[in-house]
Design a protein around this ligand. Structure first.
Ligand SMILES: [Zn+2]
Length: 100
C-alpha cells in the first residue's frame, strides 16, 4: 500500500456528526482532499513514467517504434538517442498537463 493509499484510507474514517442529512462539511472536505490527492498521484505516476523513459531512452524508443508498427532499427535508435530533440519532446509532453 502506497503512502497516499494509507493516508486516503485514514481520511475516510471520521466521526460524522451530520451523517443523517448527508450534509457533513468534514465529509465534503475529505472528498475534496482525496480528489486532489488522486489527481496528484496520477500526475506523479505520469511524470515518473516519462522520467523512466528519459533514463532508458533506447528501450523507450524501441517500444515506441513497435507501437507505431515499425521494426526497431538499431542504427536509427542510436542516432535518435544522441539527439536532444526526443528528450525535449518527452519532457515537454510530460509537463504539458501538470496541475502546477
Ligand atoms: Zn462526515
Amino acid at each position: 500500500m502506497s503512502t497516499w493509499d494509507k493516508a486516503k484510507a485514514d481520511s475516510q474514517e471520521h466521526f460524522c456528526i451530520d451523517q443523517a442529512d448527508g450534509d457533513c462539511k468534514e465529509c465534503a472536505r475529505v472528498e475534496r482532499l482525496i480528489a486532489a490527492g488522486d489527481q496528484l498521484q496520477a500526475e506523479n505516476e505520469r511524470l515518473r513514467e516519462a522520467l523512466k523513459e528519459i533514463a532508458d531512452p533506447i528501450a523507450a524508443m524501441k517500444k515506441e517504434a513497435e507501437q507505431q508498427g515499425f521494426k526497431p532499427d538499431g542504427r536509427v535508435i542510436v542516432e535518435m538517442a544522441a539527439n536532444p530533440q526526443w528528450f525535449r519532446e518527452k519532457a515537454r509532453a510530460a509537463i504539458k498537463d501538470t496541475t502546477q
